[in-house]
Design a protein around this ligand. Structure first.
Ligand SMILES: [Zn+2]
Length: 224
């Protein structure tokens, strides 16, 4: 069977996490969100995890090289032999070059970069409408999934708050960082013929169907 070595790209709020969960099930691929695998490395107390923890405890960004090493460790674990879904890395061309080297040192290469797009205003609308239960973390949306009583969690009666990350000004800031860093990377993957675009304004089911069809074709091509 041919490998599906995939990178997920797209702004926050475009539905990457939702799609990743489904692709994980469809194709049996491990999902490597950088946040999740860094936390796992820290919890497992590996040498890389201990290094990463020092940066995290100091409130600093974990350096690219270290993130790349944590990912490489996953590649060598045997779990990713049929492929993987990488989310959160690479975000820049520099990181993408690092990933390329890591893969080619193992005789592998990227299959595709899946870009789930959504216009800025749609992202702001989706994220800034989110309300989170202060106690149980239950999530609502003022427009798409409102609670029965405004500002109160249906499940446990706790107060609903807007997380700082979801405040419109913070969302806009995150989007501007995303565009600045990731636009060149999108072009870079486009030039390599690896980019596949998906419209994140469509329903999660439709986006999922399209991604699945694209990957099925990729796999067929590779087997010919
Ligand atoms: Zn709740």
């Amino acid at each position: 069977m041919s490998e599906l070595n995939l990178v997920l790209l797209g702004p926050p709020g475009a539905g990457k996490g939702t799609q990743a969960t489904r692709l994980e099930q469809d194709f049996g691929l491990p999902y490597y969100s950088t946040g999740i695998i860094l936390r796992a490395a820290v919890e497992n107390g590996t040498e890389l995890g201990r290094k990463a923890k020092e940066y995290m405890d100091a409130g600093e960004l974990v350096p690219d090289e270290l993130i790349n090493e944590v990912i490489a460790e996953r590649f060598d674990s045997g779990d990713a032999d049929d492929g993987f879904l990488l989310d959160g890395f690479p975000r820049t061309i520099g990181q993408a070059e690092m990933l390329d080297e890591t893969l080619s040192a193992r005789g592998r290469e990227l299959t595709a970069a899946l870009l789930i797009e959504a216009p800025d205003e749609e992202v702001v609308r989706r994220l800034s409408g989110r309300r989170t239960c202060a106690k149980g973390g239950h999530v609502y949306h003022v427009e798409f999934d409102p609670p029965k009583n405004e500002g109160v969690c249906d499940q446990d009666g706790s107060r609903l708050i807007q997380r700082d990350d979801d405040k419109p000004e913070v969302v806009r800031k995150r989007l501007s960082v995303y565009h600045e860093q990731t636009s060149p990377l999108i072009e870079w993957y486009q030039d390599k013929g690896l980019l596949r675009r998906f419209d994140g304004r469509r329903s999660p089911d439709e986006v999922h169907d399209r991604i699945r069809a694209t990957l099925a074709t990729k796999r067929l091509e590779a087997e010919l």
